[in-house]
Design a protein around this ligand. Structure first.
Ligand SMILES: *Cc1c(COP(=O)(O)O)cnc(C)c1O
Length: 500
């Protein structure tokens, strides 16, 4: 069963928790028990494909789904050439004791695909199991990566419709083209006049508008969201921690039972929390190292026990980590306090009202034991991209570069010689501007178009441009509507053919 981190309500099945997304009391759904695995289970994963490993691990959490249902969801998400690497999430040895777990071989070249390819299928299956008749309408406000990954994941998935709102001025050229060329019969993309906050506020307003929701329900529609608070987005991420470990044992880089560290470039704390679940389940993980950019709210929290969102917000080279409120931390607090929902609710209320909370020495010590942390600024990020490419011939995107630098600092300071696995969250091509500048200097940016820049980067790092990015140059534009924040409810209704 799944329960809210804030303690209200009865237990739900996984299918119910996934269909609901967020708990009615504002909490996040967490599993009542974290399943444990033994050595035999870990050894058993080794000969399996990524899809088979995924089905085995998902089955431990999604106990109300049949094995056949899970296999079919997993095949749809990761099979059929969806990922350009047959390994789906390959692990690459960059130097002794240092590996990169590449999570960006999916259709949008960023790690959001790992979860957003699977979530829609788990959701669609959940709707059948729950005998839900309504059409589910997914509204997404995006600063770039999530919107495209949601579009690709929900494309043509039964009983769902997707509408993505991106800031007209706020996304890169590649990100915009990825979205406005999107194919699919159940989706629409809109540019919103303004910045990301305008798009986000517009979507939040629609979610909170009771009358609007009632009108939609009347016509057979229910709103939902695809962001990382949904358990159906978190659980797919547990899989690649196990898969990476199985691969390292199989490649004889480590022995079964040896410990490893994972270093995770972190924003909303979803990715690294999946690693925590893997550790609690019995995967031999030593440390989960939390890497941040200049928005270092998590580094401060993991050092002092005080989480404070009262701070300046920075736009950085690693925009997917530009976050001040890491929602998934709430799940960690619930587990670390041994399910003290009362305490968690109190902290969340303090965060909401006073802008900060303090977990105190005892809980801090327990969290620190597992989660060392560090942060780097843009200048260091760029320097790291340049240095790692020069020394090892390996190209990092800015998010992964943050993790790399934090990993090296951690090793120097702690003397911990456990093998480090850097969780690599985006293809360098997705952030070609920053990567090109870091490798070749600002002059390199004088190239005529985004596509010329992609080619230049491909030559420089000696890797092929991901086909889905290269194709964008010749794809027809399908989505051209621009709307104001105020018009968003109207746009939603028009898309659903609801007339006044
Ligand atoms: C979303 C994202 C992150 C942050 O992951 P969280 O689960 O939010 O901590 C890091 N890197 C990239 C490229 C991302 O898209």
């Amino acid at each position: 069963m799944y329960f809210s981190t804030r303690g209200q309500g009865d237990g739900l099945t996984a299918a119910q928790a996934i269909a609901q997304g967020i708990a009615p009391d504002g909490g996040l759904f967490v599993p009542e028990v974290i399943p444990c695995v033994d050595d035999a289970f870990l050894l058993g994963l080794q000969p399996l494909s990524y899809q088979e490993r995924a089905a085995a691990i998902l089955h431990l959490f999604l106990t109300d789904y049949t094995v056949d249902e899970l296999k079919s969801c997993v095949a749809g998400a990761y099979g059929d050439g969806k990922f350009s690497s047959p390994a789906v999430a390959p692990i690459v040895k960059v130097k002794d004791n240092l590996f990169a777990l590449e999570l960006w071989h999916g259709p949008t070249s960023a790690f959001k695909d790992m979860a957003l390819q699977l979530l829609p299928r788990l959701l669609s299956c959940a709707l059948k199991k729950n005998d839900e008749q309504a059409q589910i309408v997914i509204l997404v406000a995006t600063s770039g990566d999530t919107g495209k990954a949601a579009l690709e994941g929900f494309k043509d998935v039964e009983q769902t419709q997707v509408m993505v709102f991106y800031p007209e001025e706020g996304v890169s050229q590649i990100q915009r083209l990825q979205m406005v060329t999107q194919e699919g019969t159940n989706l629409k993309v809109f540019a919103v006049k303004g910045n990301f906050d305008d798009a986000q506020t517009g979507v939040k307003r629609i979610f909170n508008d009771t009358d609007f929701n009632a009108e939609l329900a009347d016509k057979g529609f229910k709103l939902s969201s695809a962001n990382s608070i949904n358990w159906g987005r978190l659980v797919p991420q547990i899989v690649y921690y196990f898969s990476a470990y199985a691969d390292l044992v199989q490649q004889q880089q480590i022995k079964q039972g040896d410990k490893v560290n994972f270093v995770v470039p972190t924003g909303n704390f979803g990715n690294i929390l999946a690693g925590y679940y893997a550790k609690q389940m019995g995967l031999p993980i030593n440390k989960l190292i939390c890497a941040s950019n200049s928005n270092n709210v998590l580094t401060d929290f993991l050092t002092t026990g005080v989480y404070s969102r009262k701070r300046q917000f920075y736009k950085t080279y690693s925009p997917s980590m530009d976050i001040l409120i890491s929602s998934n931390l709430e799940r960690l607090l619930y587990h670390v306090t041994n399910k003290d929902a009362c305490q968690v609710s109190k902290w969340m209320a303090e965060l909401n009202e006073a802008g900060e909370y303090n977990i105190g020495e005892t809980y801090l010590a327990a969290i620190k034991e597992v989660f060392p942390s560090g942060w780097v600024d843009d200048a260091e990020t760029a320097a790291t991209i340049g240095r790692v490419h020069k020394e090892y011939g390996y190209a990092l995107d800015p998010h992964t570069a943050v993790a790399w630098q934090v990993a090296e600092a951690y090793r120097r300071q702690s003397g911990d010689a456990t093998p480090n696995i850097i969780v690599s969250t985006a293809s360098p091509f997705k952030f070609n501007e920053t990567v090109l500048a870091a490798l070749a200097g600002a002059d390199s940016l004088k190239t005529e178009t985004e596509f010329a820049a992609l080619s230049q980067l491909a030559d420089m790092i000696n890797r092929p441009i991901p086909p889905a990015l290269a194709e964008l140059e010749h794809k027809p534009i399908r989505h051209t509507v621009v709307c104001s924040k105020q018009d968003m409810p109207k746009v939603v209704k028009a898309t659903l053919h609801i007339t006044e």
